[in-house]
Design a protein around this ligand. Structure first.
Ligand code: AMP
Ligand code: ZN
Length: 464
């Protein structure tokens, strides 16, 4: 399997530490608000990676954190803890906020057919591990206490900027990167906080005793701590969205390797962003795009998954309702076509193997999901392959795509419902309400039903 590695900036052959086994860590959500569909694109990307590795026969163990403390409004050490911001917004406790948005997150996560990670850990449930790590870094003078907080001294590690190719050193320069304030507690301005004490925010709700003062962990130490505690000292793949490369993952590498005394993770996997018409999707910009909102608007969440799979995970993707409509229509047509396949004939092993190889090959090229989908189309067009073998192949492809290619009940409206809608459209046309008439036709088309106007009246056909 070939995978792009942000650490080497190359597409590389993936070789796990232990043959046949993969340990993978995904940065989880900050549960101060609903996750938007941009966040979800990132989790779909990770899900496809995990499903592909399983499809290829690897034994995969995956861990993910839930950030319920320590992520400040800026990714550096300025601003306020996002949980505190949400508390003020909603008049609840930080724990209530975390609980509510964690449930909301997994509800959307599941709707998209994402496999749940084997290990899901709240940041607040692993404080002992962060304290152990920070203590060791302090003992070795890699971390220092200043102004009540514990900071990591980036000058004590070689090649701190390894993930960004040393090209982003200026990112932490005060005044260049948004939200980076001058901090006179720091030896180097790019040093980052491992532990905040109440010196940072007096009324912080989530506090723990520690040898370095009552306080709470910084965001970066959470992921290193949870990963090392639950997956061990050697990690195969670690991932997140591209915005996590710097400073979050850069800091994770620095502190983990300083703590362990050896290389920690071999492959860094990053998903490009989903953008809306305002640029980077943000939890505060305009309409708040969530999976639940798409559902309320009548979309099937799996159509969004299908939309994501049609583009490469390392390319930016611009979200629009037109693109989502198109994806939904295409997926419905695909399902209708598959529903019409008769399960006849024997199982043809050679043909099964041939198509499986092509499908795998597409995925092995740095997860080329669009090419994998095109193999599915090739299969559907192939008149040489019998129905039974086709259906077996489709089932197996869907273990990776997870777009419910075979649904128990294909969503074709009952005949009488369609006839009623055709009548309503005719009425609308008589009243010259062409907007309504067109919307009835378009809605039916989205469901895989095409209306055909003839001189004798309107009929329909199932598309696909
Ligand atoms: P957060 O809840 O803000 O910690 O973000 C959760 C994950 O979503 C992180 O791994 C981010 O890198 C990722 N992410 C944030 N915004 C986007 C976006 N617009 N498109 C794709 N991924 C994103
Ligand atoms: Zn993380």
């Amino acid at each position: 399997m070939k995978l792009y590695n942000t650490l080497t900036k190359k597409i590389e052959e993936f070789i796990p530490n232990e043959e046949g086994k993969v340990k993978i860590y995904t940065c989880g959500p900050t549960v101060y608000h609903y996750a938007h569909i941009g966040n979800m694109r990132n989790y779909i990307g990770h899900d496809v990676l995990v499903r592909t590795l399983k499809y290829l026969g690897y034994d995969v163990t995956r861990a993910m954190n839930i950030t319920d403390v320590g992520h400040l409004t800026s990714d550096s050490d300025s601003g306020e803890d996002k949980m505190e911001v949400a508390k003020k917004r909603e008049g609840k406790t930080a724990y209530e906020i975390a609980d509510f948005y964690t449930k909301a997150f997994f509800s959307d996560f599941d709707e998209l057919n994402n496999l749940r990670p084997d290990i899901i850990e709240k940041a607040t449930a692993n404080i002992d591990m962060y304290i152990k790590m920070i203590q060791k870094l302090l003992d070795e003078d890699i971390a220092y206490i200043s102004g009540g907080n514990v900071y990591f001294d980036i000058s004590r590690v070689k090649n701190y900027y390894c993930l960004t190719n040393n090209s982003q050193e200026d990112k932490m320069v005060v005044g260049v990167r948004e939200g980076v304030d001058f901090d006179n507690n720091k030896r180097n301005q790019a040093d980052f906080a491992l532990w905040f004490t109440t010196s940072k925010f007096e009324n912080h709700e989530m506090l723990w005793d520690s040898p370095f003062g009552t306080g709470y962990p910084g965001w970066h130490i959470e992921c290193s701590g949870i990963s090392i505690k639950h997956l061990g000292e050697y990690l195969d793949i670690h991932g997140g969205g591209v915005d996590n490369i710097f400073p979050h993952h850069t800091n994770e590498i620095a502190q983990s390797e300083a703590y362990l005394g050896h290389k920690w993770c071999n492959y860094w996997f990053h998903n490009e962003h989903l953008l809306d018409d305002t640029g980077k999707m943000s939890k505060s910009n305009g309409e708040f795009l969530t999976v639940s909102l798409l559902k309320d608007k009548g979309y099937d969440p799996i159509s969004f998954r299908f939309l994501c799979l049609n583009s490469h995970y390392r390319k930016q993707l611009l979200f629009s309702y037109e693109a989502l409509n198109q994806a939904e229509t295409t997926l419905k047509k695909l399902r209708n076509k598959i529903a019409n396949i008769k399960d006849d004939g024997n199982f043809w092993e050679e043909v099964f193997k041939k198509y499986t190889e092509s499908f795998k090959l597409a995925l092995e090229q740095d997860l080329n999901t669009a090419n994998a989908i095109s193999i599915l189309y090739d299969l559907l067009k192939d008149n040489e392959v019998n129905g039974h073998t086709k259906l077996e192949l489709i089932k197996s492809f869907d273990q990776v795509l997870a777009v419910e290619l075979i649904r128990e009940k294909v969503e074709v409206e009952a005949n009488e419902d369609i006839l009623k809608l055709i009548e309503a459209r005719n009425e609308a046309r008589k009243k010259k309400d062409f907007e309504l008439a067109d919307s009835i036709r378009d809605d039916l088309y989205k469901k895989g039903i095409e209306l055909i106007d003839t001189r004798e009246g309107t009929t329909y056909k199932i598309v696909g």
